[in-house]
Design a protein around this ligand. Structure first.
Ligand code: ATP
Ligand code: MG
Length: 496
């Protein structure tokens, strides 16, 4: 990948060849390309100046209640893009129903392919026996979101030209540089000019949004208690709990009222998808890997619907409409019964899950212990990582943990983390699933809102020094022009 663009990876500004600055573009559109859900939001510069929080989001149709993000799902008919989002899910469902899915390729959750991988432009994604270049799948998906906005714009803002738009694309802060650069390349291939793109770090922009919200209790000049924006000096940990990753950083509001990064972003693959994977793992342990694979391959529609039903069920956990039972599709029940001599009830009772999971007619029943089985490991990983960050001396005075991202909407997740960090305020702000998107719009208008970041690397140069026996390594000893020197002495030119 071109190294000359590297310095722009973490979101520094781009200037057009004519010297035009991105800061002056009429409109900022941010795309949050998530592992499970994606969307965009935008604001007009003149509106931003008047009221920065006047950010427009799209209310997508497609599920019963509508939503601000759509599934990151791309459907190809052969090599041609058919649809994206709910439309892709619906069509794929119909194809499975009619058993007409041969030659169609349905891609989901592919953002995780860029996590901790040796990413390059030749990378491929395999699905339904087909193999497609990953860069095409990413750029086709971004193109869909971009074109959706351009289509909407034609009706509402016909005077805005494509050259008036600055695009902010969010990426996990914990991705390596190659993955971030891959995303920039995908955006370029989606038809966006390089100097109209800013990549923004997900937890960082979420923090920018939260800084604009009244979330801190304080006393005003008249002695009244109020909830207001963060004070100068306020230090908090922000965690973006998404579908694929949990991405965290620690920020402090500086004297300049800008954000200073106190601890560099870190995290892991502890997103909401881990809970879905755990569910499949439980089914596999209970009924056997072969039976589950048979169900997955030979009853694709029922398997697809079971995953969707589980997803909906998962979001009820910890709420007043929590149900402890998950329906198991008839075809799966038949397959289990065919491959086992024991009844399903006996299988469950003889398993390692005895006392945690029960079989009720055609449903699996999970009590509190069963729900712990699904969620606990992932939430504990998140908690352990937060602990690790807070043990850093620079983070000792962190007073608040902010949870954003879709997974933070789970009352279960909030309860476990609040109980664990009882001495801190663990807050889920309003619209946590939109914090990244709205923060990215704010960042597009004002990239200087973050004035200090912790270096991800220490840069230096190799020097020779006079060799001192006992202090320098013998294998580094060289003689140059009669002088005995030690080579490869690291001279730091940037401190983290
Ligand atoms: N109420 C809820 N309870 C439990 N999980 C939830 C709830 N709402 C959303 N989720 C989960 O949150 C995840 C989606 O969150 P989000 O939209 O922030 O992720 P993303 O942006 O797609 O992923 P990433 O940021 O990792 O790329 C999904 O795994 C979803 O199942
Ligand atoms: Mg996300």
């Amino acid at each position: 990948m071109a190294s000359d663009t590297k310095k722009r990876i973490d979101g520094s500004r781009n200037r057009g060849p004519d010297g035009e600055s991105a800061d002056t573009r009429l409109i900022v559109v941010a795309i949050d390309f998530g592992t499970t859900f994606s969307g965009y939001a935008f604001s007009i510069r003149s509106e931003f100046v008047r009221d920065p929080m006047s950010i427009k989001t799209i209310h997508w149709k497609g599920n019963k209640s509508g939503s601000y993000k759509i599934p990151t799902a791309l459907l190809l008919e052969g090599t041609e893009v058919h649809s994206f989002g709910y439309a892709a899910e619906l069509k794929y469902n119909e194809l499975l129903e009619d058993e007409e899915d041969a030659g169609w390729h349905f891609f989901r959750h592919f953002k995780m392919e860029l996590y901790e991988k040796d990413v390059d432009l030749k990378m491929t994604l395999e699905v339904d026996g087909g193999s497609t270049l990953a860069i095409d799948i990413f750029s086709d998906s971004l193109a869909h979101l971009k074109n959706h906005f351009l289509e909407e714009k034609r009706t509402t803002y016909p005077d805005i030209l494509e050259t008036d738009i600055h695009w902010v694309i969010t990426v996990p802060a914990i991705w390596n540089d190659a993955a971030k650069q891959f995303m920039r390349e995908a955006a370029i291939r989606a038809g966006i000019e390089d100097n109209h793109i800013t990549l923004a770090l997900e937890p960082e922009v979420a923090s920018i949004y939260c800084k604009m919200l009244p979330l801190q209790r304080k006393t005003d000049e008249s002695g009244f208690d109020i909830i207001a924006k963060f004070d100068v000096g306020h230090k908090y940990l922000i965690a973006d709990l998404g579908g694929g990753t949990a991405d965290m950083t620690v920020h402090q509001v500086g004297g300049d009222n800008k954000l200073h990064e106190i601890h560099r972003a870190s995290g892991g693959d502890w997103g909401g998808m881990k809970v879905d994977q755990k569910f499949l793992e439980i089914l596999s342990t209970l009924f056997g890997k072969d039976t589950l694979n048979n169900f997955k391959e030979n009853a694709r529609l029922e398997f697809f619907e079971l995953k969707k039903a589980f997803h909906i069920w998962k979001t009820t956990i910890g709420t007043e409409v929590q149900s402890s039972r998950i329906s198991i599709p008839g075809k799966f029940i038949e397959m289990i019964e065919r491959s086992h001599t024991d009844s399903i009830n006996e299988i469950v009772e003889k398993s390692v899950y005895k006392g945690k999971i029960k079989w009720k007619k055609t449903k699996l029943e999970l009590g509190e212990k069963g729900i712990d089985l699904l969620f606990r490991e992932t939430v504990d990983e998140i908690g352990n990582h937060i602990d690790e960050i807070l043990s850093n001396s620079k983070c000792a005075d962190v007073g608040m943990i902010l949870l954003v991202g879709g997974f933070s909407q789970s009352p279960y997740v909030h309860r476990i983390l609040s109980n664990r960090f009882i001495h801190l305020n663990v807050i889920v702000p309003p619209d946590p699933e939109l914090s990244v998107l709205k923060g990215a719009v704010l960042y597009g208008h004002d990239p200087n809102i973050v004035t200090q970041r912790v270096c991800r690397r220490t840069y230096g140069i190799a020097l020779h020094e006079e060799f001192i026996k006992g202090e320098h390594r013998d294998d580094k000893r060289v003689v140059i022009d009669g002088a005995t020197l030690c080579k490869d002495i690291f001279h730091c030119i940037c401190h983290p």
